[in-house]
Structures are given as C-alpha cells and as structure tokens.
Design a protein around this ligand. Structure first.
Ligand SMILES: O=C(O)CCC(=O)C(=O)O
Ligand SMILES: [Fe+2]
Length: 233
C-alpha cells in the first residue's frame, strides 16, 4: 500500500495534540525551574517531540520560501540597528495566526505559568521568533536584557536542527555573569531547550558550519513607561 505524506495541515493538527514533555512532567518542570533559580540556566534534551519539531521546521521552511524572514537587529526602536559584525541571523516573529505557532505559544504560556509558580518571577508574557543562521552565521557575546530594563527576564531557545553533529559548531555558549567562566556549551540539537536569565547570563552563538534553525524567545516583565504599557518592539 502506498504511504502518503501527511499534509502540512495534518501535521499542524498533530502538533496541536503534542504536549511539551517539559510541561507535561511536573518533576522535570520543577528541576528546570530549580536549576534556573539556582544556577541561572538550564538545558533539557527532547523537550519537543519529533512530530512537533517536523511541523515547526516545515513552518520555518515555508516562511523562508515566502521571504518572510528579515535581518535581525540589536536594540529597540530608536536604538535599533543592524550590525552584521554582531549577529548574522534572519528572524520572523511568532504569531497566533498559524496553528503550529499557536500550539508552541500555548506551551510557552504553560511554561511561563510554571516558572511563575515555582520562582515567583512575575513573568507577564512571552515573545519569540524563529531564527535562521546561514552557514557561518553567529551571534557574538551579549546579554538579552540589561539589569533594570525590566523587560526580558528569562530567555528560552528551542532548537530545530535534526542530525546535528558534534563537529558542526554553532553551539550556544553560556558564561558566568562576570564572563570569567564558561557555564555551558550547548549543541543546537532538534527538540532541545535552553533556559537562562536574560539579565545575568552573557552568551554567544558560535559560527555554525551549516544552516542552524531555532526559536528564540523571552519571558517579559511588563514594562510601563509614561503610562504606556509594554512599549512596542
Ligand atoms: O540561538 C541561540 O542559541 C541563542 C540566540 C540568542 O542569543 C538570541 O537570539 O538572543
Ligand atoms: Fe541572546
């Protein structure tokens, strides 16, 4: 009997029913929150199952084909600038219009609530984007948020690279706050997830030898400036 490949719609449907194992397993979730509180970072493998990873990869491929990604910059609004000496990825922000993205955002919502419950962080919302680094792409050492900026508190990165090999480079490297120590070197393997404190953990993406795809996101505290809640990105 001929097997037919599921349509993107069928895959999206399937992705909706797949729980993020992290969120389904209270024990793992507690471990993650504890480690984040204690060490400032956590890394888990196989947090998304392969059907969901496949659906997200397909989604990103479609967005790339439709030319929906744009050069990522640094800073916000008036400070915004594109500097290809600092980062060389292309991004597209997630939205709820598409079921695959919406299911992922639901998972991040459950993770947000769990982190709040466990660490009393008062995380208010999640924002995230797909990111694609071409071969040679990197992101030099940086912090995702500056202390006191009161916006991004916890960073999360989920990787979408199947068949990643040890020699492919492109690792996420986490450093201690004073940058004197390397805390972790994380390979961007499909379905794995890194969590770290945005204001405290300097980090970098080493130049990858091949295409490198991910979803990077942040749990934010709601900043209110002059009564304007959550200033636009
Ligand atoms: O892709 C990664 O491993 C990290 C990306 C990152 O640091 C960022 O987008 O701010
Ligand atoms: Fe970052």
């Amino acid at each position: 009997m001929a097997t037919t490949r599921p349509s993107p719609e069928q895959e999206a449907e399937a992705a909706l029913t797949v729980p993020l194992p992290l969120v389904g397993e209270a024990e793992l979730l507690e471990q993650a929150a504890d480690a984040l509180g204690r060490n400032g970072w956590w890394h888990g493998t196989q947090m998304l199952d392969s059907a969901q990873v496949a659906a997200l990869i397909e989604e990103l491929d479609a967005l790339r084909e439709a030319d929906r990604l744009h050069r990522a910059g640094i800073g916000r609004e008036l400070d915004f600038q594109i500097d290809s000496d600092i980062r060389r990825d292309r991004i597209v922000w997630l939205n709820r219009q598409r079921p695959v993205q919406s299911a992922f955002l639901d998972q991040m919502e459950r993770l947000r609530l769990a982190l709040n419950r466990r660490l009393f962080l008062g995380l208010f919302e999640f924002e995230g984007h797909f990111a694609h680094y071409p071969p040679g792409g990197f992101y030099k050492r940086h912090l995702d948020s500056f202390r006191g900026a009161a916006n991004r508190l916890v960073s999360v990165v989920v990787y979408l690279n199947r068949d990643w090999q040890a020699g492919d480079s492109g690792e996420l490297v986490l450093f201690s706050e004073d940058e004197s120590e390397t805390l972790a070197v994380i390979e961007p393997r499909a379905g794995s997830m890194a969590l770290f404190l945005s204001e405290e953990i300097p980090h970098e993406v080493r130049p990858a030898h091949k295409d490198r795809s991910s979803i990077a996101g942040w749990f934010r505290l709601n900043a209110s400036i002059d009564g304007q809640i959550d200033p636009p990105r």
